[in-house]
Every structure is written in C-alpha cells, then in structure tokens.
Write a protein that binds this ligand. Structure first.
Ligand code: GLA
Length: 385
C-alpha cells in the first residue's frame, strides 16, 4: 500500500470516518549546496520518490493526530497551540496548525479549523532526508485545503519553516520545505535562498545511463542539534565581522581578504560556505549544458569541504564516500545537516549494485552497522494523495 492508502486506512480505523483531504509530500536529497541556505546562498536539492501522507477531516473542538509507528493518538486544543505546547513527533503537525493560524492576512485563525489527522510515511526518519519537512508540507497542504485558504506556495514554504524553527525549535534554513513543496519530477530545484527565486534544472540521470544512489549509513546522529546551531551561529558572527549581510555576499575572489580577518576555525567555516555556493553555481552550469556526469568532482569536492573545513562528517559517511568513489562513482558526498545520515553517489546505472556492495563490504571491514542503499529519481513536490 502507498503511504496515502495507509494514511486513509489508519484514519478510517481510528476515527470511523472518511478523510476529506489527503496530500503527500516528499523527502528530499540535496545534490549540492550544504549549509548554504541559512547564509542566503544557493542550494540544489530534489524531491525523493518516498513521501509522507496526511489524511485530514475537520473536527469540532480539538486536534487529534495519529501516525503509523506511534501507538495511540495525540490530542491538543487551541490553548496548546504555542511553541512548547506540543512536543515529540506531533509537534510537526501542531506547529503547522499554529503557523497557519498565526500567519497574518493569509488566513484568519477562525478559518483554520481543528482537525483529525492521520500520518503515514515511507521517508526514512533521522537519515538526513527531511522526514520532518515531508510531514510539515503534507499537513500544510491538507490543512490549507480544509480551511479553504489560498496561500501561495512560497508562503506555505515560509510557514512550514516557521513551524520547524519556532514551534519544533530547530534553527534550520529554507531548503527542505522548499524542496518538498516546489520540486518537479526529472529536475533539481535551483533555489536562491535570499530571493527565493526558483529554477527547475533538468536532471534526468536515467536518460544518460546514470543513477543517483543513496546510501543510508545508519550512523546515529551525534550532537546534531547543538552542532548545527553552532555552525549557524559561527557563520552569522563571521558575516557581522566582515560587515556583510550574509556569507552569500563573500565571493571566491574576496575569500583571501575575508580569511585574513578571521580566526583559523571561523575561516575554514567561511571557506566552506563561500566555495560551496560557487560549486552550486558550477553544477547548475554543467547541468544546463547537459553534462550530468561532469558534476561528480564538484560533489566530491563538496564532501571534502564538509569534512575538512566545516567538520560535519563522521567516519561512517567518510567511509561510504571513499568506498563509492573507489568502486567507480563519478562523485559522492554526504547530504543534509551532517553528523550521520546519508551519502549520495552519482554512478553508472549498471554499476549501482556493485557500488552498494563495495560500500557494504567497507562497512563490514570497519565494523560499522550495515548501510542500506537505494536508487532514487527526482520526483514531484507536494501533491494530492
Ligand atoms: C538541514 C536543514 C537545512 C540545511 C541543511 C544543510 O537539512 O534543515 O535547512 O541547512 O541541513 O544544508
């Protein structure tokens, strides 16, 4: 059964009614452009085939949310719709309801009714594939439909980000909710995180005999929240020191002058962001020219920059990247916030299984938990389930 079918089934079993609104939103993988979004920079993610489904129906007084994989249901009323009022996984749902009811002129609180909501998902959790954005964007679409509010896509993205930042309390950028909402099948999403301008860049790897292999390292996320917030704070402080609005405003040519004004560690963090922005632009240029295979070295350079300058990788992801490259991948890099999660590798489609096996063998040798690998194709953003 698809996640949408499962969400409807769970809904019907729990609430004894048929949902009025069913939407699915995908997880994402970021092709390149890591930790650039909150620096007003560039990112190039695409939506995964794996989605989260939300099935919803208006209710009289309070919200009741259930999800496959979690026993029982979570209920909350209007008085709990404030940051800290709902915790754990249901916070992603409550946060969206809160953001929608608190969005100024886009919709009034009275038009966002309480609802019964059931969730089902195929997006791996805790793997750096944006399972949280998937649930937020699916719930956003379902609640928008129930409320009848016509809120433009870009505004929905901002509201979903606000749910994550202010309600859940994770200081993330705009990439994940953008990818889950705005992506198009067969394309990567080139997003300018300052202007929110979007360009859909053709990325149909299968037509040129290539494949994107995702390797979930199953490495536990270590210190991910604190380290993410630390990197963000260091970048913002560096921008203040350099007198720019954001690190996006430092060019590769201006890097030596910038580095001379920063301490060694801050300098390496800044160098990652500045060079990563350029790698996104270079990747987009190659893809526009139809040279998909040629982006491999940029992916690998991105990984090295995350490993050596931004220092957000862990041994499992470094091992996966090295093993994939040794097995013939054109490029490989960690994707997402870091400290574990997934690696993506660009490989000949005919070599995907061989690369997976080589990575698994390297993990066995290193004594790591076995990884899981799967091939993904760029898919559509949020849609009706
Ligand atoms: C997480 C965040 C994103 C982005 C990435 C790193 O996925 O949610 O906003 O900052 O990390 O690129």
């Amino acid at each position: 059964m698809t996640p949408a079918e499962r969400a409807v089934k769970i809904f019907t079993e729990r609430f004894g009614a048929v949902p009025a609104s069913v939407w699915v939103a995908p997880g994402r993988v970021n092709l390149i452009g890591e930790h650039t979004d909150y620096n007003d920079g560039y990112v190039l993610p695409f939506a995964l085939p794996q989605v989260t489904a939300a099935a919803a129906l208006p209710a009289d007084e309070e919200w009741t949310v259930c999800s496959e994989g979690h026993d029982g249901a979570v209920s909350f009323g209007v008085q709990e719709l404030k940051p800290g009022g709902v915790t754990d996984w249901a916070a992603y749902v409550a946060g969206v309801a809160w953001a929608l009811r608190d969005c100024g002129s886009l919709a009034s609180p009275s038009t966002v009714p309480p609802a019964r909501i059931a969730i089902a998902s195929d997006v791996p959790v805790g793997a750096g594939l944006s399972s949280s954005a998937a649930i937020e964007c699916a719930v956003m679409a379902a609640l928008c439909e129930l409320s009848g509010a016509s809120i433009p896509d870009q505004a929905r993205v901002r509201l979903a980000q606000r749910a994550e930042n202010e309600f859940v309390g994770a200081p993330t950028g705009i990439m994940d909710q953008s990818a889950s909402t705005l992506s198009r099948a067969g394309h990567a999403l080139f997003l300018d995180c300052r202007t929110l301008d979007v360009e859909h860049i053709p990325f149909d790897v299968a037509t040129v005999g290539l494949a994107v292999l995702i390797i979930n390292t199953n490495a536990p996320h270590r210190h991910v929240d604190g380290e993410y917030a630390d990197r963000r704070a260091v970048c913002e402080a560096a921008a203040r020191t350099l007198g720019v609005r954001a690190l996006r405003d430092v060019s590769v040519a201006g890097l030596p002058a910038a580095l001379s004004r920063l301490d060694e560690v801050t300098g390496r963090r800044v160098r990652h962001v500045v060079t990563e922005n350029q790698r996104v632009l270079d990747t987009v240029d190659l893809l526009r020219a139809g040279e998909i295979g040629a982006i491999g070295p940029l992916m690998t350079a991105s990984h090295e920059s995350m490993r050596d300058d931004f220092e957000i990788t862990v041994p499992e992801v470094d091992t996966a990247v090295s093993a994939a490259l040794a097995a013939g991948a054109y490029g490989a890099r960690m994707t997402g916030g870091g400290f574990g999660g997934c690696v993506l590798a660009l490989v000949d489609a005919s070599r995907a299984d061989a690369v997976s096996s080589s990575v698994a063998a390297a993990f066995t040798t290193a004594g790591f938990t076995a990884p899981e690998s799967f091939v993904v194709t760029p898919s559509d953003g949020v849609r009706r389930g």
